[in-house]
Design a protein around this ligand. Sequence first.
Ligand SMILES: NC(=O)c1ccc[n+]([C@@H]2O[C@H](COP(=O)([O-])OP(=O)(O)OC[C@H]3O[C@@H](n4cnc5c(N)ncnc54)[C@H](O)[C@@H]3O)[C@@H](O)[C@H]2O)c1
Ligand SMILES: [Zn+2]
Length: 487
Amino acid sequence: MRVYICAPKDGEHEVTNFVESDSNLSRTSEMSYTTTANHQLDETQHYGKQKGTEFSLVQVKSTWKRKSVQNINQIKKGRVSAAKIYESTNSNGTTWTVVSPIVFTYMVTQTQNLLDPKNDTLLTGHIREPQQLAIIRSNTKPLKRFVVMDEIVYNLYGSKVTDYFEARNVLYRILPLPTTEENKSMEMAMKILEEVHKFGIDRRTEPIIAIGGGVCLDIVGLAASLYRRRTPYIRVPTTLLSYIDASVGAKTGVNFANCKNKLGAYIPPIAAFLDRSFIQTVPRRHISNGLAEMLKMALMKHRGLFELLETQGQFLLDTRFQSAIGVQGDHIDPASVSTRVAIETMLEELAPNLWEDDLDRLVDFGHLISPELEMKVLPSLLHGEAVNIDMSFMVYVACERGLLTEEEKFRIIRCMLNLELPVWHQDCTLALVQKSLCDRLQHSGGLVRMPLPTGLGHAEIFNDTSDETLYRAYERWCDELSSGSPW
Ligand SMILES: NC(=O)c1ccc[n+]([C@@H]2O[C@H](COP(=O)([O-])OP(=O)(O)OC[C@H]3O[C@@H](n4cnc5c(N)ncnc54)[C@H](O)[C@@H]3O)[C@@H](O)[C@H]2O)c1
Ligand SMILES: [Zn+2]
């Protein structure tokens, strides 16, 4: 599967007015970044309604000129940018408001045998323009790649990566690093940057490659985004969680001041190359961890995925997502189907909201209470485990509100247990729940924005869950689940 993300969709309409501009405002570079953000398009409409003079920008020969929009139709030659300048004057002075649309284009590619020297994906899979690909293929100069690998992944797959680059005559440097959650820091990002700088790369044509779990991908993504203000990078996820979650979106980050991902950027990779075969060496607990994020998407958006996890969960765990690997286009294999649906549903939610400007996000399900719980008990719960405990509680809230039947609640909790995920935790106290929801209220524009399932595979965002409902849900949650599975 190969998916191109051009976020946001609205931006594409805007760009049709835009005759092949190559300014640094909106650039179709060799590395194929074209850019526009949702809120910036809203800004265009917003300022357009305000008083002030609106200017378009037209490129004639090599220079850009402001042209008032009334005169734009008379222009016969030149390129018109999607950017606008609004000029307004009041008693305090003159203001030029610049609205510069930015579009991110990136690819998510599911592939097999990524490290087989016959497979081009790792080296050129991010290139979309056939002309550019032809130039690279005809060039005799070796390609150059800087690669950061999680140390454990390096011990398992380092020789295959080396063999790949050797066979393809690439000038490469592999940097193995202990990219653990405890090391997910700015210091680690700086270490990567120093090595990148020593090695030397061409920012336009030599993307940095990250191979590892979510921690490795997040740190490398941030380092790349800082280097020369934005160097393209490629994600190669090696855990289930990073395969279906961390690889698919735009977020990068490191921990800071004892807070998770406090420093980061919304800069997507130029491409993510997904090969399920890495998952065969991932410890079983970490596969369950990834399954929690997959279950999240199932409960929010896809009944079929839920039913698949319900019936095939143990099989997926036992086979470590390796069934039917190598079988092209297998549409019934649970590993192929579940990963594909998880990625597609995740992309549907992320692409129109890449910078998370819209605070009503179904993908936040399981992430209202879990950050507080995860930090409180660190390192005893993995991220997906904390998410699952949060989801389990929210299922009780949904049931208490009459959004789910008892039978549906029962099925969900049984599915969670089947995926070998925790459904209750003693440190998830009512006080912690209340504090988390209070914090959420403060940071989400005064609304709690609570995603809740409204059936299997359907959900809505709620802002009116009463304290009484929370309390009753909490009591039942503890009564039924604190002493182990009642079923
Ligand atoms: N950017 C995003 O949108 C996003 C989304 C979700 C999670 N994350 C981040 O991802 C991180 C969690 O990711 P994770 O669960 O992949 O954790 P991780 O990167 O810590 O990897 C888990 C463990 O598995 C090992 N490992 C990785 N690949 C392996 C393989 N193929 N075989 C054997 N062992 C392997 C790692 O060395 C590590 O010990 C968190 O820091 C979280 O903040 C980011
Ligand atoms: Zn998560």
